[in-house]
Design a protein around this ligand. Structure first.
Ligand SMILES: Cc1cc2nc3c(=O)[nH]c(=O)nc-3n(C[C@H](O)[C@H](O)[C@H](O)COP(=O)(O)OP(=O)(O)OC[C@H]3O[C@@H](n4cnc5c(N)ncnc54)[C@H](O)[C@@H]3O)c2cc1C
Ligand code: FES
Length: 244
């Protein structure tokens, strides 16, 4: 466990904040899509995607869900300490990012994509991001990507639409892209892999309940696949089988 000091906190909207952690010991540079286990004193240890990384500063982007995430977003003071383990999981390697990509994101599934887009900024030129959020406020989290790729997004409060509605508009021209990558809640992942089918090479950043993050406890199992050990990245065709 690496002690980490909270050096900055940027509130994006009521329910989402970026938290910048100065790691007091070095870690291996994370590959986009990898996650860390964050131990929050007095609360739980929870998995968080790396949403940016430079030198000894690791950023996580947190959305309120239950007690631990609520504390992180609403109460955690700058100057306090958290514990970090990782990075874990299989991230998105350079060989997969060839050609024009279509990134499909639901909600806080944006966190790993924020890191990926900047990390592979040259390789992802000409790619597009489709994103759906609960509120227009929350969609501000994509502002930092505006110089890197085209963004098309919807919010439920203003547009009355989800990222799945948005994706349906793109399905007739899906072959303009060379691959897709989807990140977000399970309901979004499941619908996207079924809608796109085999018409395009696809990858899924899987989400699941996690406890140990190390392949020991079985909390994250999808059939024989342990998300923490074998994922989080998985081929869309394999994911379709895992959820069948
Ligand atoms: C690999 C990975 C990366 C993640 N990255 C991020 C991130 O970058 N930013 C972020 O805000 N969140 C991320 N999450 C989700 C985050 O870990 C959970 O929101 C957090 O653990 C909830 O803790 P809590 O104590 O606040 O809520 P809890 O009380 O633990 O949970 C509140 C509710 O959410 C459900 N829930 C909790 N975790 C999950 C989950 N992983 N999948 C589906 N339902 C869940 C619970 O069953 C419960 O109903 C990630 C999860 C995984 C597995
Ligand atoms: S979280 Fe324990 S096995 Fe994956």
């Amino acid at each position: 466990m690496i002690p980490s000091k909270v050096v900055e906190k940027v509130v994006v909207c009521r329910d989402v904040a970026h938290i910048y952690l100065k790691l007091l010991k070095p870690i291996v540079k994370p590959t986009p899509g990898q996650f860390v286990m964050v131990w929050v004193p007095g609360y739980e240890e929870i998995p968080m995607s790396v949403s940016d990384f430079s030198d000894d500063i690791l950023r996580i982007t947190v959305k309120c869900r239950g007690p631990t995430t609520n504390y992180l977003v609403r109460e955690l003071p700058v100057g306090s300490y958290l514990g970090v383990r990782g990075p874990y999981g299989k991230g998105v390697t350079e060989d997969l990012i060839s050609g024009k990509g279509l990134f499909i994101v639901g909600g806080i599934g944006i966190a790993p994509i924020l890191y990926l887009v900047k990390y592979y900024r040259e390789l992802i030129k000409g790619s597009k991001l489709l994103a759906g959020f609960v509120s227009r406020d929350e969609s501000k989290v994509t502002d930092e990507l505006i110089n890197y790729l085209e963004v098309d997004m919807v919010s439920e409060d203003v547009d009355g639409a989800t990222v799945i509605d948005l994706l349906k508009k793109y399905l007739p021209s899906i072959n303009n892209y060379d691959y897709y990558l989807v990140s977000g809640p399970k309901a979004v992942l499941d619908q996207v892999v079924n809608l796109v089918g085999d018409s395009l090479r696809g990858y899924v950043l899987t989400e699941s309940l996690m406890k140990c993050g190390l392949g020991f406890c079985g909390s994250c199992a999808l059939k024989d696949f342990l998300v923490c050990r074998d994922g989080t990245l998985v081929d869309a065709s394999r994911y379709r089988w895992l959820i069948s």
